[in-house]
Design a protein around this ligand. Structure first.
Ligand SMILES: [Zn+2]
Length: 412
């Protein structure tokens, strides 16, 4: 039962899917439930059906493509990732995990393997937070990490609620039906590009993830007082942007002095109102993203930001309002999945690095309801979320082979 991955077929599928995009090639933009995203989903569905998989979609649009095992009632072994892409992104983030999962299933079928447990490919809805401000929407709902009631309150920038948007996309059932019980899956494995430089630097072809960092994000609304840039003298100002600047540098300072390089903090959005050259900024909206592998350290940083907000607000006479988007605990990959991944690498004579995932993925939420693990492949210069994101066909094929081998072991 020799496993053979068809590298050329897989690469040509990655290329083909990358052309279903709202940005000009090589950039990829696919925002959840836009016409382009719906076309890409249809393209994937057709591919899954062609392989003979049974396809189901839930109320948030997660796609499940199942290869029934000898015992269809036994908990299935799942793999998968996402196909949505932030504006001006690359073609490999998420997509590799989906299309390599499909290729792994094809390779297993061709090898004559007949699994005891069913094998399921999952395409998670909206892993990227672009439209609704929260990442991993599909896997959060599926794992019960986000309640249906809370999800219904999410809105996009144009004020459309998630209910309106998903209904328009053709998903009518109640959001409450998305949640799956613990034990629904025997195992979950996600293949993903590293989105960091370590594997490439160390020239190691594969990474086996032991831990996924704890992400959190929140919004800060700073309200000061506007006025004429000439008329209001410096002692009388309550400039919201100056307060925001002090806060941004404070956040950077706190992250740098946490005592660990695992602590990272980013202010990625700064919107200034009214945004005129001769007007004092009266309002600023910041988005803050804080991550760490250690929950206690991550939460201490959040408390430090809290304290800075209060101090800066008092000093500068502005109001600072905080709105939490998410504060998730880190995820541990399951020992049995890590072990199976290592054995699969060894079986094919491939070296691997044990590593931490600093980005979070659908695996973080799958790990709450099933033993989960992740396999990383190198990406050039560690680049991701940009058009020049690149993973070599050889690295993708190696990852797919190890994924297939792992699914074979787990599904028995
Ligand atoms: Zn991703």
């Amino acid at each position: 039962m020799n496993l053979e991955v068809d590298k050329d077929r897989l690469i040509s599928e990655i290329e083909e899917l990358s052309l279903i995009s709202d940005a000009e090639a090589p950039a990829v933009t696919r925002i959840v439930f836009t016409p382009t995203d719906l076309r890409a989903r249809a393209w994937c569905l057709a591919r899954c059906k062609k392989v003979g998989l049974m396809v189901r979609q839930d109320a948030i649009g997660n796609i499940f493509a199942r290869w029934n095992g000898q015992d269809p009632t036994a908990a299935a072994v799942a793999t998968g990732s996402h196909i949505d892409a932030i504006p001006n992104a690359g073609k490999y983030d998420g997509v590799v995990g989906v299309l390599a999962g499909l290729e792994a299933i094809r390779a297993l079928r061709q090898s004559g393997f007949s699994p005891k447990r069913s094998i399921e490919l999952i395409l998670f809805t909206s892993e990227e937070p672009t439209r609704f401000g929260i990442g991993c929407l599909g896997s959060r709902l599926l794992s019960g990490n986000l309640a249906a009631e809370a999800a219904k309150k999410l809105m996009d920038k144009d004020g459309a609620s998630i209910e309106e948007v998903r209904h328009a996309a053709g998903f009518q059932r109640e959001l409450e039906t998305v949640k799956l019980p613990a034990g629904h899956y025997e195992a979950f494995v996600e293949l993903h590009i590293e989105q960091g430089p370590l594997l490439e630097q160390k020239q190691i072809p594969l990474g086996i993830v032991s831990k996924i960092a704890a992400p959190s994000s929140f919004r800060l609304f700073i309200e000061g007082a506007g006025g004429h840039a000439g008329g209001v003298l410096m002692p009388d100002r309550r400039d919201a942007l100056c307060a925001a600047s002090e806060l941004i540098l404070g956040i950077e300072h706190e992250a740098k002095s946490s005592g660990s390089t695992d602590t990272v903090a980013t202010v990625g959005i700064c919107e200034v109102f009214p945004g005129a050259v001769n007007s004092i900024p009266s309002r600023v909206h910041l988005s803050v993203d804080i991550r760490d592998t250690d929950l206690h350290r991550r939460d201490s940083l959040i408390s430090a930001v809290d304290a800075s907000c209060q101090a800066i607000a008092a000093k500068r006479g502005v109001n600072i309002l905080q709105e939490l988007v998410n504060a998730d605990a880190p995820g541990d990959c399951a020992a049995n999945i890590v072990e199976t991944l290592s054995e699969s690498c060894k079986k094919h004579g491939l070296t691997f690095l044990s590593m931490v995932s600093r980005a979070y993925h659908d695996s973080l939420f799958m790990s709450r309801i099933a033993p989960a693990g992740m396999l990383f492949i190198p990406c050039r210069n560690g680049y991701s979320h940009r058009p020049d994101e690149y993973a070599s066909p050889e690295d993708i094929a190696r990852g797919t082979l190890v994924l297939a081998e792992t699914l074979r072991s787990l599904a028995g």
